[in-house]
Design a protein around this ligand. Structure first.
Ligand code: NAD
Length: 261
């Protein structure tokens, strides 16, 4: 049987030439950096996001010479998800890599979440990842396998204040990653997660004096992470160099979760 590496005609361990990747939440921040990184590694990219800005980001990738397609879709809406996968098939005829990156963060003390708020976070950050993964697997089946990267967080393991549904969803992502590995590895589907630490993006912006500096001080690496730090790991995990990595959550946090505060 040919390896994933041989089938793609790839020449290096990070070469994704001939692969097709779908990245959710790709109009900004970490998702956009991952989409760009996968494109630079040679993959054709479908950028999906509920924001219309995804069209503009896709156009910029195309202008730079990459193969890219935008889909405006809400990952919590089953009809949008159906359309998203129809667009993947129309544009590139198959799928090899899914990055479940789209997420939201609502911050409140534990006593204050409404049922609707709780469900919004769990639906977006956890349930949608499962349902999108199951659609991706149908396309993987036709191409002999594929790989899924789920976006977790350091808070999936080390909780912080005022984030209970987000923390619960991210801990669920780690479980989803292991559970899918149990069920799907034998059919050629490799599933892993990345747990970012403090990465500069809209989601992590907190307008509190001294916050930025206090985080940089607490992180052993002495700085905030950049979306590119996560993209580098996603490209590695998506490629043949990671072919024996299954079911893992990889912490990319400048050492934050490795030390006591
Ligand atoms: N930034 C950090 O410090 C950090 C830390 C840990 C984990 N993460 C995780 O990394 C991922 C990316 O985070 P980011 O910082 O780039 O966030 P971000 O808010 O900058 O980007 C998230 C993107 O997801 C999209 N999105 C949200 N809900 C959606 C939906 N229902 N359907 C489709 N698209 C949707 C948004 O429009 C946005 O473009 C998330 O899973 C987040 O939980 C981020």
């Amino acid at each position: 049987m040919k390896s994933q590496h041989q089938e793609s005609g790839a020449t290096t361990q990070t070469d994704l030439t001939g692969k097709v990747a779908l990245v959710t939440g790709a109009s900004q921040g970490i998702g956009l950096a991952i989409a760009r990184g996968l494109a630079q590694a040679g993959a054709s990219i479908v950028l999906a996001d509920k924001s219309q800005a995804v069209e503009e980001q896709c156009a910029a990738l195309k202008d730079a010479g990459y193969r890219a397609q935008a889909v405006q879709a809400d990952v919590t809406d089953p009809s949008d998800v159906e359309r998203m996968f129809a667009d993947v098939t129309d544009a590139f005829d198959g799928l090899d890599i899914l990055v479940n990156n789209a997420a939201i963060l609502l911050s409140s003390p534990a006593r204050d979440y409404s049922r609707v708020e709780w469900q919004r976070v769990i639906e977006t950050n956890l349930s949608a990842c499962y349902f999108v993964a199951m659609e991706a697997v149908k396309l993987f089946d036709t191409s002999g396998g594929g790989t899924i990267i789920n976006m977790s967080s350091i808070v999936g393991r080390n909780a912080r204040r005022n984030l209970v549904p987000y923390i619960t969803a991210k801990a669920g992502i780690d479980g989803l990653t292991r559970g899918l590995t149990c069920d799907l590895a034998r059919s050629g589907v490799r599933v892993n997660a990345i747990a970012p630490g403090f990465i500069e993006s809209d989601m992590s912006r907190v307008d509190k004096p001294g916050f930025r500096e206090s985080i940089a001080k607490a992180v052993p690496a002495g700085r905030w992470g950049q979306p590119q730090d996560i993209a580098n790991v996603a490209v590695f995990l998506a490629g043949p160099a990671a072919s024996y990595i299954h079911g893992q959550t990889i912490y990319v946090d400048g050492g934050f979760s490795a030390v006591s505060p």
